[in-house]
Each structure stands twice: as C-alpha cells, then as structure tokens.
Write a protein that binds this ligand. Sequence first.
Ligand code: NOJ
Ligand code: CA
Length: 674
Amino acid sequence: MKIWLAACVACAAFGVAHAAAKQCIDSPGKVLEVCISTSGGGAFYEVRRAGHAILERAALGIVFAGEKVPQVSRITGSERHSHDETWEQPWGEQRMIRDRHSELRVKLHGDTPNSDAFDVVMRAFDDGFAFRYDYHGIAPGKPVEITDELTQFRPAGEYRAWWYEAYHKERDEYLYHSSTLNEVTRAETPFTLESPQLYLAIHEAALVDYASMTLARTGPNTLKADLMPWSDGAKVRRTGPFITPWRMVLVGRTPGELVDSRIELNLNEPNKLGDVSWVKPGKFVGVWWEMHINRSTWGSGEQHGATTQNVERYIDFAARYGFNGVLVEGWNTGWDGDWIAHGDQFSYTRTYPDFDLTAIANYAHDKGVQLIGHHETAGAVTNYEAQMEDAFALYQEHGVRVVKTGYVRPNGTIIRPSADGSVNHEWFAGQYMVRHHQHVVETAARYKIAVDVHEPVKDTGLRRTYPNMMTREGARGQEYNAWGDPTNPPEHVVILPFTRLLGGPMDFTPGIFDVAHGKTDVAKRVQSTLANQLALYVVIYSPLHMAADLPENYLRHLDAFQFIRDVPTDWERSKTLSAQIGDYIVVARQQRNGPDWYLGALTDEQARKLDVSLDFLAPGKRYLAQLYRDAPDADYRTNPLAYEITERTVTAADRLALTLAPGGGTAIRFKALE
Ligand code: NOJ
Ligand code: CA
C-alpha cells in the first residue's frame, strides 16, 4: 500500500514571525481565517468564514494541579506551514484523501511553571479547523495532573443543536435532542449545530492518553471543554512534555459538507502498523439477534445460542450466501446469572461444553468462512487485561481475524482496583478507559486481529494510525429495536450521519427484515420499512457490516437479500448528495476496485419524494440501476414489508425520482454495463 501518494507540497516553514499580540492564518482557499491572540492575561482564538465571525473570541489553555490558572501574558513567536498531500487509506469510505491545510504554531508564555512555554498548533482547512496544545516546556518525565482545560467554543449567531446529555448510565446510547444552543447542558461530541446559513460540528481527533472531551455550556453561546475525570477528580495524568488531542470544528454550508469532511482522519497520525493487508473489510452474520429477541440465550442451558450445531447452521448460511464471517456470542463461560454485575467471572478461553471451538473453526475454515470472536468484559477490564494475550492467541490459532469487544456496565462504574485492593469506579471514556482501549487495539494488532468495539470510547479517527481499529458502536444501534422500551424512532437514522457518524464507522447491525419480530406495538419493534433496512448499508459507513436478522427471515425475501449480498463495505469514494438533519439523507458510494456505484436514501417518519441527479456516475457509461424501494402502499407502521425491485438503464445525464414511504428508504446498485 502506498501511503504517501504526492509529496508534501510547500511544507517549508515560512519562518518565525515577530511576536505580535495577534497571529492569524487563512485556510488554503481563504475560506476560513483563524486568529490567536493574548489579552488581559488570557490566550484566545477566533474564527471568521468569508469575512464573517463564526466563532467569537474563546479561551485557550490548561490548568495544572498545584498551580493557579495561568496568566498568559504574551506570544513569544510563531511558525507557519502550508501542507498539501494525498494519502491512501488501506480500507475506508474513500480511498484517496487529500490533506490540504495551513498551520499556525503560536508560542505562548504563561506565568506558571507548567505553562511557562507552550504552543497552540492551529490547522485551518477550507471545511473546518482544529487546534491542539503542545506542552513542550514541561521537563521530560515530570509528572503533571490536569485539573481543567480552559478551551471554549463560542459560536456566533443562533443555532439549533443536535445532542444528548453526557454522563448518563448508557454512555453514548441515547436518542438525540434538537434544541436551541442555549438549552444545552453538558453534551457529548460530535456535537452538531445548525443554522439556516451554516453547519458546525465540534469534536476531537486523535484521542490518545487523555480524557475524552464533553462540552459544558457555561454561558450564552459558550461551550467549554469538560474532560471526563478519573474517579478521584483528576482530569488527565501525563508526564512532560506532552501534546493533547485535537479540538476540531467542522464547518459546512450544508449538512452533507460535514459528512464529507475528512479533517478528522487528516489530523490523525499515519498508519503505525505497517503492512495491514490482513485487515479485511467484509460482511458477517451471527448468533446475535436471536439472543436480543429472546429466542436463545448467551448463558448455558436449553436455550443456549452458541451450540456447535447452531453455529454450524450460521456457517452454512454464510458460506452459501457469500458472507465472510460468523459472529458468535455466548460461547465462553461467565454468562450465567447477572453477567453485567459479574464481569470478573468471564473466561476468554474456556468454552461452554456444547460449543466445540476447534470443530467449529475447522468447519468454518473448510467452508471459507471466518469466525468473528467476542470478548464481553462487562466493564471488568482488569479481568480482561489479565487474559488478553491468551484470549487473542486462542483466537489467532483458530483463524479468527476480527474480535468484537463489549463493555456493558453502567457509565461511571467501570472497575479499577487500586494497589491496596480497594475498588474505584471510572467513567467509560476517561483517561483510564482511553488507555485501556489503546492497549487492546495494540495487543490485537500483534495477533493480526482487528477489533469492533461496543460501548466504546467515541471514535476520533484512530483507525488511520491503527487500521485494525475497524468499527465500533457508540450510539443506539439496532439492538434497541429488539428490546423495545421504546425502540429507535425513524428519525434516529437520519440524525446519526450528522452526529455520531462524523466520528467514524459504526457497527449498527442493519438488515432486519422481520421488523415486527412478533410484536404488535410499533414502538416496540423496528420502526422502518424493509427497503430502509437495505439503504442503511450504504448510508451508515462501516468496513464491517452485519446482516443482523435470522437466516430464515432472509430466506423469505431472497430477492431483497440480494442487495445485502451485493453491497460492498469498502469504497473508492463517497458523496452525500442531499440531506437535512433529522429529515432525510441520500448517499452515493463507488465500490473500491470496481466501477459500480451504490446509493442509499433514508427518510424519517414522513413520506418523501427526492429528485436525485446521477451526475456522480462516470460520464458516458451506461449502468443497470437495480432499485430496491418502498412499494406505493408501504408504511413503517402499517405495511413495512411492502417493497418493489425494479431495473432500468441509466447514465450520468439522468435524474431519478425517489419515492420514500414513512420510515422508508431506497437502495440502488448501479451495475456498470460495458
Ligand atoms: C451490547 C452489544 O452492543 C451487543 O451487540 C452485545 O450482543 C451485548 N452487549 C452482549 O455482549
Ligand atoms: Ca450496546
């Protein structure tokens, strides 16, 4: 794989400018201008777009334990660079990514020992900006503790926010609110703002050995970085010198521009794992939905799902219909009783007696299918860490290439034992867990295993650096549509692309065909049409997608199932064609290593007609468009399984009129014709 396609153009520093009290930089296309200044003992940044203030003067800096809030008295120097390179992802939503930005490094002096000499590194792109702190002035090895990060975000003007409150029991698994910015309390990121003219999304990139950032609203139009603390109140513990994650703001004129921004990946370090040809995108089925709809159990007994015989049934199905993997949950001991409370009982190497790992692995191998492993920790991370090497080694021996991990445990109760044996309760995304997840990804990489993390720390683009960090959950996924109190409303999947998915791939587990799964109350089952379930494979990007339903439900609709069989999970390029947050979205993606395009359109509870230009197709080429769409009488409430499959020949000069039912969608394969 060629990582560096074009050499860095004009990377030379322009030299150290004299230390004026304000330093500004334009984005390469002069769309954004970002300025850093000092005044009245503080350091600040502000941002203009096309000459208009979009973020007002907002504070910068960090407060350390044992020190006062630093007075930042002056800029002592600055450096500027411009950067333009195009790099290749080993897998992804887009193969080639352009990183074009201007960088301004401002050197600051504050009046406390740790803030004596630090830099703010600002990068301006045309579709957003980001900055990080570089505390290079702290002596090597000196331990420091961060008690507060002063960073603010102060959007100018009136915005609606798309958000949910941080620090609740189910971590990131909440439905989104839409409210005015000034009704926000404490929000998780990606945090998205909408106005008639502009869309902003605040998030972070390259979250490594630091606490994850939530946003506390501290005043009118003012949000402040609120770092998820350790159980003893410290925010971050580091040794000098250190750099922080990037604080990132995407800026778009349309919601689609937020979705199509690649800034987050550009802010992460290049691949550190070398040859990652062993990391393979793909699709899987699994012993999974049947547990969530109470047809079988994770624990042992008559209803046990992970039996040799049942798993072989899924392997047969996967082999027959061209799936790469079969996920098996509940094969290892520890699931009996209240497993969420007793994660320390999990063994990651001992199987239940009715599950023969070696026989199953051989069976899968003979059929050309890989097992997908599962490590549920229930938040007992030390129990997991103690077994991790053995656990990955066992999987490696059995040909497992992907492991799904899980951390089901109420937020704020992750168990961290102290040296004296006492137990501390940590948040799911404080520095302790950020370090843990990093350790898992690096360990898995040594065994050439990729990970799919459930109940994760939010995605900040680390897949660029560790391409075995493939996908994760981190939002209300399909599983909520099994549990039913209540299930995800139709608008959930037309909010996710503009919020959670700005962070990165999601293991949503689409593809439920039997949307009612025995329920009569629509609020207790999947609230979508079947065609909507197909479109999710295109709209939600993940290098690993599950076909989540039971095999028998696919056999009832083999014609519609064909779309799930065909749709790739690795793309040459991706484009958001049209969108409105919470209402609808249309996404087109071209398969990697092939000429075909795929389109996914989703709507909320409203029926919708969408007129789509096909100008993304290669000019002059003819395509067979295979449309999987809602039938005229489809409705997620009353007639969810009514779909039609039609075909027609199209070119880039055509337009398509899409008709989406309430809770509906359209999925299209554009098959290139020679
Ligand atoms: C929650 C995960 O999201 C789900 O996929 C998994 O089946 C259960 N935990 C059990 O680990
Ligand atoms: Ca979950």
